[in-house]
Design a protein around this ligand. Structure first.
Ligand code: GTP
Ligand code: MG
Length: 332
C-alpha cells in the first residue's frame, strides 16, 4: 500500500493577556477599571479536500504556528483574535500521535474537519474583577497558552474504483498499464492473491484503482478467494467490470457480466448501488466473437452503463477508458 508519511509539530496561538488599567480623565477623579480582555489565539484546523492530493505541503515544514491573540488594552479595548490556520489534507489522511502512533483522527472522506490544536483563550482585563468591595481591582488574567502537538500525518490511499472480474480477465495487466503498480501477471487463475493499488494520472488529476483477486461463480458461498477481497471494494465509488471477451471462454461476455453482478449482489446488495463501468478486455483476440460482444454492448447501452472495448495487453483504448473513469470522478 502506498503511504505518504510525515511528522509535523503544530503550535496554536496563545491567548492575549488581559489588561490592567484605570480610567483617567480630567474631572473624573477615580475612574474605575477599564482594562480590556486579551484576544483568542489562532487555532490550527485540518480539512480534507479533494483539491489536495498529497502530504507534500507538510514535508518541509517542521513547525506550523498560528498567531497569538492581541493584548487587551485600556478603554476596555479587547485584543485582536489570532487568525486560525486552516490546512488542507487529502482524504485518506490519518492523524496519529507522536511517538506512540495512536490514531486521533481519520479523514476517511472529503469535507471532514478536525481542530488539531486549539488557540488559548484571551485573559480577562480588570474590568471583570470590579466588585462592591473592590472598586479598583489590580487584577487581570494572562492569556491561556495555545495547545501544542506533534503528530504523524499518514496518507492511506482510498481506492476510488475497484476492478472486478473473473480470474485471468486481465485486471492486473490493466492496472499495470494505467498506473505504476507492478502486480504479478500470469496466464492462470488466481495470480493475484492480495489487492494491489495503483495511482492513475490523467490531465493533472489522479485517482486510485484497486486490483483484487478474481471472483468466481459461488464466491459469496466461499468459492475461490474473491469473497475475502470484496471488502476492499466496499468503500470504492465505482466498480469496473473487466470482462474477458476472447472467444474461447465458456460463458459469453454478457453471461460473464451477469454472473459477476449476481455474485456481488449476493455478497452485498449495496455494492450494485455503486456506479458501474464495463470494460470488454482482450479485444485483440476477439475478431471471431463480435456478435456476442455486441450483445454485451447493447445491454450496457440499455442500462446506461458506460462501456469500452480495450486490449490491456496491447494498450488499445486505454486513454478512452481513463477518460470515462475520470468523468465519474469529476461528477463527485
Ligand atoms: N491477448 C490478450 N491477453 C491479455 C490481455 N489482458 C491480459 N491478458 C493476459 O491474460 C492473462 C491474465 O492476466 P492477468 O492480468 O494476470 O489477469 P487477472 O485478471 O489479474 O487474473 P487474477 O489475478 O488471476 O484474477 C495474462 O497472460 C495476460 O497477459 C489482453 O488485452 N489481450
Ligand atoms: Mg490479477
Amino acid at each position: 500500500m502506498f503511504i505518504d508519511r510525515t511528522k509535523v509539530s503544530f503550535q496554536a496561538g496563545n491567548g492575549g493577556n488581559g489588561c490592567l488599567s484605570f480610567r483617567r480623565e480630567k474631572f473624573i477623579p477615580r475612574g474605575g477599571p477599564d482594562g480590556g480582555d486579551g484576544g483568542r489565539g489562532g487555532s490550527i484546523i485540518l480539512v480534507s479536500s479533494p483539491v489536495c492530493q498529497s502530504l507534500g505541503d507538510f514535508k518541509y515544514k517542521r513547525l506550523i504556528r498560528a498567531e497569538n491573540g492581541g493584548q487587551g488594552s485600556s478603554k476596555k479595548q479587547t485584543g485582536k483574535d489570532g487568525a486560525d490556520i486552516i490546512l488542507r489534507v487529502p482524504p485518506g489522511t490519518v492523524v496519529k500521535t507522536f511517538p506512540d502512533e495512536k490514531v486521533i483522527f481519520d479523514f476517511e472522506r472529503i469535507g471532514l474537519q478536525f481542530v488539531l490544536a486549539k488557540g488559548g483563550k484571551g485573559g480577562r482585563g480588570n474590568i471583570h474583577f470590579k466588585s462592591s468591595v473592590n472598586q479598583a481591582p489590580r487584577r487581570s488574567e494572562n492569556g491561556e497558552k495555545g495547545e501544542s502537538i506533534q503528530v504523524i500525518l499518514e496518507l492511506k490511499l482510498i481506492a476510488f474504483a475497484g476492478l472486478v472480474g473473473f480470474p485471468n480477465a486481465g485486471k492486473s495487466t490493466l492496472i499495470s498499464k494505467i498506473s505504476s503498480a507492478k502486480p504479478k501477471i500470469a496466464d492462470y487463475a488466481f495470480t493475484t492473491l492480495t489487492p494491489n493499488l495503483g495511482v492513475v494520472d490523467f490531465n493533472q488529476r489522479r485517482l486510485v484503482v484497486a486490483d483484487i483477486p478474481g471472483i468466481l461463480e459461488g464466491a459469496h458461498q466461499g468459492e475461490g478467494m474473491g469473497l475475502n477481497f470484496l471488502k476492499h471494494i466496499e468503500r470504492t465509488q465505482v466498480l469496473i467490470f473487466i470482462i474477458d471477451v476472447a472467444p474461447f471462454n465458456p460463458l459469453s461476455p454478457l453471461q460473464n457480466f451477469q454472473v459477476l453482478e449476481k455474485e456481488l449482489t449476493l455478497y452485498h446488495p449495496m455494492l450494485l448501488k455503486k456506479k458501474l463501468m464495463v470494460v470488454a478486455n482482450k479485444i485483440d483476440l476477439a475478431a471471431e466473437n463480435k456478435t456476442a460482444i455486441e450483445d454485451l454492448h447493447v445491454f450496457c447501452r440499455k442500462r446506461k452503463i458506460p462501456y469500452v472495448e480495450i486490449s490491456a495487453l496491447q494498450g488499445i483504448n486505454l486513454g478512452q477508458l481513463k477518460k470515462m473513469l475520470f468523468a465519474f470522478y469529476e461528477t463527485e
